[in-house]
Design a protein around this ligand. Structure first.
Ligand code: CA
Length: 631
């Protein structure tokens, strides 16, 4: 054999050994990759000891976690179940906490064939004393509603955050981000408090990592993270705590119906039924009455509950019990973490309605004195009252929701002020809508409002008639319920009639460095705006200091000739409100109001301080409202 040939054979043997080694290495690497997995998400991120519900469901995400055996070494914690739905990248671990469980960190080990496959640490925190007994917002409060992107920019460095999809901040773009944030709100909390508001509802603050129009917050892409353009979870926590210390309650805006289409669940859903119609876009028919309608077709019902709110807002299937539990726990996590006093639930009639009932029940089981208000944008009190806790519906549905947004009253107020008085028009609209309160188990827990972030500002609804506007504001702040005022109402913020959402949600003047008008300091405000701000402040403090306007009984008189009279009374106080929307002065014969006035002889108008003799008759000028404190 020639030596070259021998050399070639040795070389081939050598090469085959290399290749073998290569395959052995490859095999080892494949085994290792499959043996060790990374857990990249555990939700809720932590929990507390001493909760009413001893069970907790962890949603664990990581590559190929299915089939893991789960081990926990923590005194008092037991594993009730470990499940994977259709997607092997998720584990649902249900834990049960016994009496002995103490706050601390424990490790959770995932094993396959006895080998450690993945692990993570989990923390149980100590609950704050009195947490379960927290009091929700109620009719002693007036809520200030603001849109976080549009109120104040306290930190220009977070206007654009690297890694987020929307990378432009532009105050001239109505649907773009303007840079408002939690720091801005925190810095101006004293303004809101000094105005006389006692509760704050911010539009959603959770992450909306959408490609565009992410500013409004209703396309959530992470249920456990504040959007970094607004700040951090810690900043939200601190804002809530600071507010609480100053007697202000925080109401969190939550969305259970849908998510933003950039949520991880769209890329990697835990199960094939997690998102309705997944992965196709099927539009919701928005026919909300199917919930109450005895004649509604099943196909209409299905489309209402399961259709997507919008192409970028896929619909969650809350019939999936793991998703339902995820959402229940998410709201409880935020209440406990941030110290919330209330929740405003978006699009209340859109999700599966029995799940919503269960949600209310779970939250109230943890926090019996808590308050929640739902958005049912219907103008009929029959439809709205359907959801309220205590309502006996003919179809057997028993809601658990304590409060609702009073859309019927908002609409009636607008129509009353704009239309001529007639047999069934003008004030009669409001008078008769209020009569429908018999439909509600608890009308005093409805949230009343002249407008909100989704509709024309009330000032624009009133064709910028400042006097009619004042009458409307007086009504909202003196009728039954919990008033809510949209930011900027106090300075007559306005927009073109076309009412583009971005125009309704303009930047609050003074919230951005270099603003030529500053509503916080009053600099650059017109006299008219200053007067309106002072008017709000006076009314808000009067309401705050007069419990009769919170829970006092209400009596009203059939409107006559453009004038509507009603009163609030309890054992200590009587308030008489006279609203004259006609341009002419009105003379009122007081005999008609004996039931309300009783032995009182004078009434002092709280706006002007003017005392009025209630003996026989009083005259009220045109387009004027009196709030009389009776003596
Ligand atoms: Ca900012």
């Amino acid at each position: 054999m020639p030596p070259e040939f021998l050399g070639a054979i040795f070389f081939l043997i050598y090469l085959s050994m290399k290749i073998k080694a290569f395959f052995i290495y490859l095999f080892v690497i494949v085994i290792l990759v499959n043996t060790f997995s990374q857990v990249d998400r555990v939700e809720p991120p932590y929990w507390w000891t001493g909760m009413h519900n001893p069970e907790l469901q962890l949603m664990v995400h990581g590559k190929n976690l299915a089939g893991s055996d789960v081990e926990i070494d923590c005194d008092g914690v037991t594993i009730t179940s470990v499940l994977t739905l259709d997607n092997p990248n998720y584990l649902f671990i249900t834990l049960k906490f016994g009496e002995r469980v103490k706050p601390g960190i424990f490790s959770v080990k995932l094993k396959k064939s006895g080998n450690l496959f993945a692990s993570f640490e989990y923390e149980l925190k100590q609950r704050e004393p009195g947490s379960a007994d927290r009091k929700g917002f109620d009719n002693s409060d007036v809520i200030y509603l603001l849109m976080p992107d549009r109120f104040a920019n306290g930190d220009p460095s977070n206007d654009v955050v690297e890694g987020m999809r929307e990378q432009i901040v532009n105050r001239k773009n109505r649907t773009g981000r303007h840079g408002g944030d939690l720091k801005g709100i925190t810095e101006h909390l004293d303004y809101i408090i000094h105005m006389g508001f006692t509760a704050l509802w911010m539009n959603p603050v959770l992450e909306n990592d959408m490609d565009r129009v992410s500013y409004h917050g209703y396309s959530i892409t992470d249920f456990y993270r504040v959007d970094p353009r607004f700040g951090t979870n810690e900043q939200y926590h601190d804002l809530c705590r600071l507010a609480n210390e100053n007697g202000m309650k925080i109401i969190m805006d939550m969305v259970f119906n849908h998510i933003g289409s950039r949520h991880l669940w769209m890329e990697d859903p835990p199960s094939s039924d997690w998102i309705n119609f997944y992965p196709d876009y099927v539009r919701c028919n928005h026919r909300r009455t199917v919930n109450q309608d005895p004649y509604a077709s099943e196909s209409d019902r299905r489309l209402m509950v399961s259709g997507w709110f919008d192409r970028t807002m896929p619909d969650l299937n809350q019939r999936n019990p793991f998703l339902a539990t995820y959402l229940f726990q998410n709201s409880i996590w935020w209440i406990e973490y941030a110290g919330l006093s209330g929740i405003r639930m978006d699009t209340y009639p859109y999700p599966e309605k029995n799940m919503m009932t269960e949600w209310n029940r779970r939250v109230l089981a943890e926090y019996p004195r808590f308050n929640m208000v739902g958005e049912e944008w219907s103008l009929d009190p029959g439809l709205v009252s359907y959801w309220q806790k205590g309502k006996q519906n003919r179809d057997g549905y028993r809601g658990n929701l304590p409060g609702l947004m009073d859309f019927p009253l908002q609409n009636a107020l607008k129509e009353s002020l704009l239309a001529e008085d007639g047999w069934d028009s003008g004030w009669m609209k409001l008078y008769e809508t209020l009569a429908s309160d018999y439909e509600y188990p608890d009308p005093f827990n409805l949230v009343v409002f002249p407008d909100n972030h989704d509709m024309s500002r009330f000032y624009v609804q009133m064709d910028k008639n400042e006097k009619l506007y004042r009458l409307g504001i007086i009504y909202i702040l003196t009728t039954r319920g919990i008033p809510q005022i949209l930011y900027g109402s106090e300075i007559l913020m306005t927009h073109p009639k076309s009412a583009h959402h971005g125009d309704i949600r303009k930047d609050f003047p003074g919230g951005w460095p270099g603003d030529s008008v500053n509503a916080f300091t009053g600099e650059g405000l017109s006299e008219k705006q200053k007067a309106m701000q002072a008017f709000f402040k006076k009314l808000l403090f009067f309401r705050m200091n007069h419990p009769v306007l919170h829970d006092g009984k209400l009596i009203h008189y059939a409107p006559e000739k453009g004038t509507y009279v009603y009163g609030r009374f309890n054992d200590q106080e009587t308030i008489m409100v006279i609203l004259n929307k006609s341009v002419d002065p009105m003379n009122l014969n007081m005999e008609r109001f004996t039931e309300l006035v009783g032995d009182h002889r004078t009434g002092t108008d709280i706006i002007t301080g003017q005392p009025l003799n209630l003996a026989k008759s009083i005259e009220i000028p045109g387009l004027t409202g009196y709030i009389l404190e009776l003596q």
